[in-house]
Ligand binder design. Structure first.
Ligand code: C2E
Ligand code: CA
Ligand code: CA
Ligand code: CA
Length: 277
């Protein structure tokens, strides 16, 4: 919607609905988190040989009326307030509890947890992270935090200080949705991250479009020179997996080809063959 200078924003019915919906989401989520309505889903991350090396943690919301709600719907609303901190704390705690179980700890599998900009920049973030690690007994060396450009751009100095602190703790930082931000190279230059997560918008065309292929190949070359681990997200086809692993045999693959996100218990039994009570 184009807005000329000094023009009034007319409140269309569609917008009003939207605002109502967001207010409703915020209110229900506020009550739903303590009610135990959040669910942890896991999506396999695998090496070039297809062996599971860990998973990305993806949150879902089991709304009593609406059913299972996608994070695309409620994360942006949660990000408008401190709700995202409570949600983020819940996810981090659940992930660390799982990391501490023999099923994951024994196999040295990694869990990758999404951290929102507001959550990452929050004054209590580092102390609550330390507390969660201590209380759950999770091994920080098996934890990766996925951070988006947004988190970094807000305050680059703070982001660098925090990532340095994470590194000292043994936690790895991954730059999520790499290539889609305004200043990916700038962030890369300034931040001591250990992993790049190539966005699915590049991965999806990499096997058929010369342009996408060139971009992905360049990102992989750059990552190798910088000694960064690379995760490719949204891998749906075997052609894509083949192409990516030819370029970088150490690449980690994630996407429908390897498996869709599954509820925690189902992932444990289907992927690891572990049945927990
Ligand atoms: P993301 O971090 O980019 O996560 C990847 C998204 O791609 C996930 O969507 C995943 O289900 C989807 N995906 C995975 N493989 C494929 C594939 O092969 N093809 C296609 N088309 N899509 C695939 P999801 O689970 O709906 O999550 C959406 C976004 O919500 C995430 O994007 C992330 O930004 C955010 N999110 C999810 N969980 C959390 C969380 O616990 N905390 C925060 N702050 N954000 C979260
Ligand atoms: Ca992510
Ligand atoms: Ca991503
Ligand atoms: Ca993405």
């Amino acid at each position: 919607k184009q807005k000329g200078p000094g023009s009034l924003v007319l409140f269309e019915p569609r917008m009003a609905q939207d605002v109502h919906r967001r207010v409703r989401i915020a209110k229900d989520l506020h009550n739903g988190i303590p009610q135990g309505e959040l669910r942890m889903y896991l999506q396999t991350q695998a090496d070039a040989r297809g062996r599971c090396v860990g998973a990305e943690v993806l949150v879902r919301w089991q709304h009593p009326k609406w059913g299972l709600v996608s994070p695309a719907e409620f994360i942006p609303v949660a990000e408008e307030s401190e709700l995202i901190v409570r949600l983020g704390d819940w996810v981090l705690r659940r992930a660390c509890l799982l990391l501490a179980t023999p099923a994951l700890a024994g196999r040295g599998l990694r869990l990758s947890v999404n951290v929102s900009a507001f959550q990452f920049g929050h004054e209590d973030f580092m102390s609550s992270l330390e507390q969660v690690l201590q209380e759950t007994g999770a091994n920080p060396h098996q934890l990766t935090l996925e951070i988006t450009e947004g988190a970094v751009v807000r305050d680059l100095d703070q982001a660098r200080t925090r990532i340095e602190a994470l590194t000292r703790m043994g936690i790895e930082a991954s730059l999520d949705d790499f290539g889609t931000g305004y200043s990916s190279m700038y962030s890369l230059q300034r931040l001591p991250i250990q992993e790049l997560k190539i966005d699915q918008s590049f991965v999806s065309g990499s096997h058929r479009s010369e342009k996408d292929a060139a971009l992905v190949e360049a990102m992989l070359l750059m990552a190798r020179r910088l000694q960064l681990r690379v995760v490719a997200e949204g891998v749906e086809l075997s052609e894509q997996a083949l192409q990516l692993t030819q370029w970088n045999p150490d690449i980690v693959l994630q996407g429908m080809l390897l498996g869709k996100p599954l509820p925690e218990q189902e992932w444990l039994s289907k992927v690891l063959g572990v049945d927990q009570g």
